[in-house]
Write a protein that binds this ligand. Structure first.
Ligand SMILES: CC(C)(COP(=O)(O)OP(=O)(O)OC[C@H]1O[C@@H](n2cnc3c(N)ncnc32)[C@H](O)[C@@H]1OP(=O)(O)O)[C@@H](O)C(=O)NCCC(=O)NCCS
Length: 198
């Protein structure tokens, strides 16, 4: 599975064993990955998933991971999982991203998350895609905003990291937002058929 930006600068694609080797050379530490370091990771976890084929999502999967490639180089990965808010089976999808230090600050994170949102609305039936990030993670907040997500609010003390509870900002984009933005880009007037309002 490969998803390209229109200019081909950034691609989402399946992980390879070569990517795993690059990740081995860029281990997450408290210094390099302050907002995504939660302790020593399980060794070779991704390599085993790539080896077994479990790392490769199928169209429509509500859980998955894809590598981010920019200008032909592996720079990190995106992932997603369902988030249920009620007893009726109508999950949202929560997305996440992590780029190796060499891939940061070049616009790739924004583009990768834009591509992932686009892919998930096109290839799953979910209505809502969301992402949470630490209130101090300005790069991710800007990146999510630029990728078309709306800031919804602060979740106080909702995640435990660096020995303390930390606040997160919640961002989301609904299918109605997505359809409206797509219609505005193409200059056409479309009816989404969805009645939920923002
Ligand atoms: C967060 C992350 C995905 C952002 O992707 P990126 O490619 O580095 O960001 P972009 O280059 O697309 O920049 C997006 C915006 O953030 C800003 N930005 C980038 N790095 C920044 C930094 N260190 N501090 C403040 N702002 C920053 C950019 O200037 C840009 O905003 P602008 O257009 O208003 O100038 C990436 O840096 C990363 O993977 N970091 C480590 C892991 C992480 O934090 N993951 C998210 C956990 S929730």
């Amino acid at each position: 599975m490969t998803i390209n930006t229109t200019d081909g600068l950034v691609r989402l694609r399946n992980y390879t064993l070569d990517d795993c080797a690059i990740l081995d050379d860029n281990p997450e530490t408290l210094e390099s990955d302050r907002f995504s370091y939660f302790g020593v990771p399980v060794p070779n976890r991704l390599r085993r998933l790539v080896d077994s084929g479990e790392a490769f999502p199928k169209y429509g999967d509500l859980t998955g991971r894809l590598a981010v490639e920019a200008q032909g180089e592996f720079v990190g990965g995106v992932s997603w999982h369902p988030e249920n808010y009620g007893p009726i089976n109508a999950p949202a999808i929560n997305i996440g991203i992590g780029l190796i230090p060499a891939g940061r600050g070049k616009g790739y994170g924004t583009e990768a998350q834009r591509l992932l949102v686009d892919y998930l609305f096109n290839c799953t039936t979910v209505y809502r895609i969301e992402a949470g990030t630490d209130v101090e993670n300005i790069a991710e907040q800007r990146s999510l905003e630029k990728a078309g997500m709306l800031r919804e609010g602060i979740m106080r003390g909702c995640h435990f990291r660096e020995g303390k509870y930390n606040d997160m900002v919640l961002y989301a984009v609904t299918r109605a937002d997505f359809e409206a933005a797509r219609a505005a880009r193409s200059g056409t007037k479309v009816s989404t058929g969805f009645t939920a309002s923002r």
